[in-house]
Design a protein around this ligand. Structure first.
Ligand code: SF4
Length: 360
């Protein structure tokens, strides 16, 4: 693909960098996949290391959440609506796909509104939408909830595992010299959050999009800024290499809408444990739409396969192929961990593209 003059210059900066190693964490699973797919890894010198981070919503959803969803489906007779990837994520004993094969009602949808439409058309059934994801997807769940309330739909609920990225950056501080911040999430948060964490916590990163030009421009920006940090010219940085889409303020309207129905809570991330204030739960006044309250779910402590090292992959501590069962017991056809299930997962990206790149 032909690059613009500016992107070609950026690519040269990246290709020719031969200073002390720079570690860059791709927060977003879509970046992980696009960097592989576009062949950007092949152009990187050894002095730039890319690490996959925790930005795949399915990957960071803990095992206990899958167990709760399975319990709703199998024991409480609730019809579950979910985005596709979640259905194959293993729970402690079974996945939602296993529950479905045992007779549970589980349906894949592309929007929470599809679940709400089903609930309206089938008032005799209990309908629950699995509300997972980051700042980008949470407003969709909230709009469905708002409509359910205004239209007096009584058989609709949410099982929430929505997450906020900002506390995760703090939890991951020190994992890399800079983050590649997620383009989609940044449309909601805006740049303000990154400027704040750069100033208060000296956490650095660059927001970028998903084309070759956008990604290499971001990597070149990381190289230049890290050199400045190392030279003592600045303490940290927050740069926007996706200005056509990401603004300073993000989407205050979407944040205000979410804030009306949800509030922050402590929540568990697969591999990262409980991160204070990193989750979103329904406010008490909407608890009748909260599946945990509505169906009186007990506290569930999920247990991942002892062989699975997704947690270390999500923290950038190991690469997928360092997991002993990568590519043998754990494949996209038979995933043992969430990172091999999701189309945004690091293990599935390495499995899909790694052989081509002769990654060892
Ligand atoms: S290869 Fe499979 S089991 Fe190992 S870390 Fe990746 S997803 Fe988990």
């Amino acid at each position: 693909m032909a690059l613009s003059k500016g992107a070609a210059e950026a690519a040269e900066i990246v290709r020719n960098y031969d200073g002390p190693k720079i570690r860059v964490m791709e927060v977003c699973g879509t970046h992980t996949h696009e960097i592989f797919r576009l062949g950007i890894r092949q152009m990187l010198p050894e002095s730039i290391e890319l690490i996959s981070g925790p930005g795949c919503p399915v990957c960071v959803t803990p095992v206990g959440y899958i167990d709760e969803a399975v319990m709703l489906a199998l024991e409480k007779g609730v019809k579950i609506f979910t985005f596709g990837d979640l259905i194959r994520v293993p729970g402690t004993k079974k996945s939602l796909a296993d529950a479905h094969s045992e007779g549970a009602e589980v349906q894949i949808v592309y929007s929470p509104m599809d679940a709400l439409d089903y609930a309206k058309a089938h008032p005799e059934e209990e309908v629950c939408f699995l509300s997972v994801g980051f700042e980008t997807t949470t407003p969709g769940s909230v709009i469905a909830l708002r409509n359910a309330i205004s239209e007096k739909v009584e058989n609709f609920s949410l099982l929430t595992a929505n997450k906020i990225m900002e506390p995760a950056y703090l939890a991951l501080k020190g994992s890399a010299d800079a983050f590649l911040y997620p383009g989609h999430v940044s449309t909601m948060t805006g740049m303000e959050v990154y400027r704040k964490i750069a100033k208060e916590w000296q956490i650095s990163g660059v927001v970028t999009g998903f084309t070759t030009s956008e990604i290499v421009t971001a990597l070149a920006t990381v190289v230049r800024r890290v050199e400045e940090v190392r030279a003592g010219e600045r303490e940290s940085f927050a740069e926007n290499c996706y200005p056509s889409v990401v603004t300073e303020e993000g989407s205050p309207a979407a944040r205000k809408l979410v804030d009306k129905y949800m509030e922050p809570c402590d929540t568990e991330w697969r591999g990262l444990g409980i991160i204070p204030g990193s989750g979103m739960k329904l406010r008490d006044e909407f608890s009748k739409y909260d599946a945990r309250v509505r169906f009186q779910l007990p506290k569930v402590q999920g247990k991942a396969s002892p062989a699975c090292r997704c947690g270390e992959v999500l923290r950038g501590l190991i690469r997928p192929m360092d997991c002993k069962i990568y590519g043998n017991a754990c494949t996209p056809e038979h995933p043992v961990g969430a990172c091999m299930v999701s189309s945004e997962g690091a293990c599935s990206a390495y499995y899909k593209y790694g052989d081509t790149l002769k990654l060892k």
